[in-house]
Write a protein that binds this ligand. Sequence first.
Ligand code: URA
Length: 239
Amino acid sequence: MDRIDKLLSSTGRWSRREVKDLVRQGRVLLDGRAVLRPEEKADPDQAVLTVDGAAVDCSPFVYVMLHKPAGLLSATGDKRQPTVVDLLPPELKKRGLFPVGRLDKDTTGLLLLTDNGPLAHDLLSPKKHVDKVYLAQVEGRVEVEDIRALAEGMVLGDGTVCLPAGLEPIGEGSSCLVTLREGKYHQVKRMLAARGKPVTALHRLSMGPLALDEGLKPGEWRFLTPQERANLLRLGDAT
Ligand code: URA
């Protein structure tokens, strides 16, 4: 927790004196309510601080939402193949951002990149119950028995134990939504292949409260909004 006058002045936009005046004039809000004293404290990563209604980013970490295109590795670097980090500008590459969990090379959709290691750990831990939702196209059609099998938790041919997962057919069942709380190697593809429904295309739609921004085209990225960031961090704190 840091003092609000320190947080706002550390952005370089206002002096401590100016922050005091902004607070006195009721122009600074913390999570939607007026800050009464500049010495009030806030968590720079979780708080949504606004000045005159505009959000001010005081976070010590960087959070990027990327629409991963097919054909790139979810890694920070590779000698031979392009990675998702190659889509970022040099100043962000220098910050050492890494992808939170891996998507296969041919999987598209939501990928979060950050330099906040503990948060990444929390989002991936099955104990934290962070749902990851995928849109899958399959050969054949998803049936009630498939829904039941995933809901019970599957054991794959090599002995891999999968936690119960959600399966929701869309339309005739050649597409479906799969909801996982974990991220084992090729998990969606292996579970559906084991049900005799090989995946022909896979796209991640969301991770906990964070949904892929439909305005981002494959290969495009943007910073998380303060609200998106606060939602994710609260979730890391839960449990
Ligand atoms: N499951 C898979 O099989 N592949 C991914 O990329 C993500 C989840």
